[in-house]
Design a protein around this ligand. Structure first.
Ligand SMILES: [Fe+2]
Ligand SMILES: [Fe+2]
Length: 268
């Protein structure tokens, strides 16, 4: 089966890119399932039920998140009522929402007649990031439980440090189908399949305006660096791209067969 993971969707340009480009990618790659990180989908900061609704209707099956989770207060409604929305697993116990979920894949086009289960897990790193519980121990435990249900497991590891991301993915090699990193908004060129059969990419990149600093207007970011004064960081507009990765997974072993980076321009 083939899944697409979409890197952090930034603001209206990012949502527009998903709406317009995703149907083409679905067709071109005969995709069975689509996962997207939506932590920056509302004006660049956080997510609301309305934004999530837009992303789901564009053809995304599951939305993951990260450190921008709490930027919009309406996110609480998603955390409490939307099983297709995930937050990092390693929040303290009793925080609303879920760090993983099980979903059914049906796709008569690619011959998946009987529903196949896919698990999606979202975790957050701790190096140069706000402190959370240990993602290594919690994810290892969670994966063990998920594997009782399915061997097809996708992990979005939202983290800053490349070492933490690689170490985390190496820990899960052979236990999950893929670990793809998010958060830096810069797509890395290290896609590979580890010896145990886990596909890996340090960072998927971001979906939104690339004539920018990580999706925001260049000048205010520059002014902030030059003066250390707070600035409003508006979402930029130009050079909109969809970033992500397509992963082919063997069913039922759950091992990855192929991983391919995706970078598609909105205008041609
Ligand atoms: Fe982000
Ligand atoms: Fe982030």
């Amino acid at each position: 089966m083939k899944i697409l993971f979409i890197g952090d969707i930034v603001g209206e340009p990012g949502r527009r890119a998903v709406k317009i480009i995703l149907p083409k990618l679905r067709e071109q790659h005969a995709l069975d399932f689509v996962i997207a990180n939506g932590e920056n989908s509302a004006g660049g900061s956080g997510i609301t039920p309305k934004m999530a609704g837009e992303i789901f209707s564009a053809g995304v099956d599951v939305i993951t998140s990260g450190d921008h989770l709490w930027d919009q207060k309406e996110v609480m409604e998603l955390l409490q009522n939307e099983p297709r929305f995930l937050r990092p697993l390693n929040y303290p116990a009793n925080v609303p929402g879920h760090g993983s979920g099980l979903f059914e894949i049906k796709n008569s086009k690619s011959g998946i007649q009987n529903p196949v289960l896919i698990a999606v897990l979202n975790a957050q790193g701790r190096t140069f990031m706000p402190p959370l519980e240990n993602p290594f121990s919690l994810a290892a435990e969670e994966v063990k439980l998920l594997r009782e249900q399915t061997k097809i497991i996708f992990v979005d590891f939202h983290a800053e440090a490349t070492s933490e991301k690689i170490a985390f993915a190496r820990m899960l090699d052979g236990q999950v189908s893929a670990v793809v990193g998010t958060h830096t908004h810069v797509q890395t060129a290290d896609e590979q399949i580890f010896p145990g059969g886990t596909a890996y990419l340090t960072d998927a990149g971001f979906t939104g305006p690339h004539e920018s600093v990580l999706g925001r207007e260049i000048q205010p970011v520059l002014t902030r660096f030059r003066t250390a004064m707070p600035q409003r960081f508006e979402v930029a507009r130009n050079d909109v791209k969809l970033h992500g990765a397509v992963i082919e997974i063997d069913n039922p072993s759950g091992k990855a067969v192929k991983i391919q980076r995706v970078s598609e321009n909105l205008n041609g």
